[in-house]
Design a protein around this ligand. Structure first.
Ligand SMILES: [Zn+2]
Ligand SMILES: [Zn+2]
Length: 343
């Protein structure tokens, strides 16, 4: 099969022919139709804590049709079934696996990280980790289920409810999806802080009630003032969806007494905070990562019932052959939001 393969830091992905995957007894082979490119994939091609190994096929946001069914998965799954899947193949034996929390399984493979990913014609999925797509859900839209699951997981952890005032730092794909779910769960105000005009416009389409532009050079106080101007009060929850040093401290400074900060952005550098400030405000800082099976299933169901709409986020669709160039372009600031590879 053809696949986009990571070679080395500083080198573009290479589209080459590699061996077709074969399913283990409880695995499925998926013929990939779409695979989204994610910040995590970009991180994996840079020097850092998550740098991929040479030969790794990236991609964990894949959808398509089943091409082959492992013997233990037969009965539940058939060739031609349309599915998406959590990008994990977990042990299936532990308590975490039994309750759909595959990310917590200590004995799991992660597609696109330490197992081959979906930027390829075929990828293996676990039969327990796969989710069937209803007929009313097209594959292109379903390619957004993975980032939707990241967002719903974080918003559920934050306990966003009717009337909440929400602040979201950053309108990248995860910030936008966090805005969508916050609105879905009944937040009264969803105010997104974003510098780039294109992303600010997209944030409004995705459910933000207002977008504020942080004044570079001005601190947290000025941003909080802007927030209160629109929201009528301080935030109940602040989602940090950028992952740059300094932002967590800024959130701590803005957060009112007893509120919640949910860091979702991936920050791989050491970052200084002043714990005393969080202490005296009794802040609840809750990191959020990945998703459960239910986060996937709920995202699929809400998309299929057209109760949420992610179409404004899909800005580009590229072929596998054009992917290496598109992938490099995403490493510098761009007006693109979600870029999908069409296989
Ligand atoms: Zn992702
Ligand atoms: Zn397990």
């Amino acid at each position: 099969m053809k696949a986009a393969v990571f070679k080395a830091v500083g080198q573009a992905l290479d589209v080459e022919t590699v061996a077709d995957p074969t399913p283990a007894p409880s695995e499925l082979v998926l013929k990939v139709t779409y695979c989204g490119i994610c910040g995590t994939d970009l991180h994996a091609t840079r020097e850092g804590l998550t740098t991929a190994c040479c030969g790794q096929i990236l991609g964990h946001e894949f959808v398509g049709e089943i091409a082959e069914v492992g013997p233990e998965a037969a009965g539940d799954w058939a060739v031609g079934d349309r599915i998406c899947a959590l990008p994990f193949i977990a042990c299936g034996q532990c308590l975490a696996c039994a309750t759909g929390r595959f990310f917590e399984c200590e004995d799991k493979k992660v597609s696109g990280v330490n197992d081959q990913g979906g930027l390829a014609e075929y990828v293996t999925t676990g039969c327990r980790e796969s989710v069937r797509l209803p007929d009313s859900l097209d594959l292109q839209t379903a390619a957004l289920v993975e980032p939707l699951a990241v967002g719903i997981h974080a918003v559920r952890m934050a306990n966003v409810k009717a009337g909440s005032r929400i602040m979201i730092i950053g309108a990248g794909p995860i910030g936008l999806i966090t805005a969508l779910w916050s609105r879905f769960f009944g937040a009264r105000e969803v105010v997104v802080s974003e510098l780039a005009e294109v992303r600010a416009a997209l944030a409004k389409q995705m459910g933000a009630t207002a977008v504020i532009k942080p004044d570079v050079g001005q601190g947290a106080e000025a941003l909080l003032e802007q927030f209160i101007d629109f929201a009528g009060g301080p935030p109940d929850v602040i989602f940090e969806c950028v992952g740059a040093p300094g932002l967590l401290q800024q959130c701590i400074e803005m957060a009112p007494y007893g509120s919640k900060i949910i860091p979702i952005g991936v920050c791989e550098q050491p970052d200084a905070i002043m714990p005393f400030l969080g202490l005296v405000k009794e802040l609840n800082i809750q990191f959020a990562m990945a998703y459960t099976l239910d986060d996937f299933e709920t995202s699929v169901a809400m998309l299929a019932e057209k109760r949420i709409d992610v179409s404004p986020m899909i800005t580009d669709i590229v072929s596998l052959d054009d992917l290496p160039v598109a992938f490099e372009a995403l490493k510098t600031p761009t007006s693109q939001c979600k870029v999908l590879t069409k296989l």
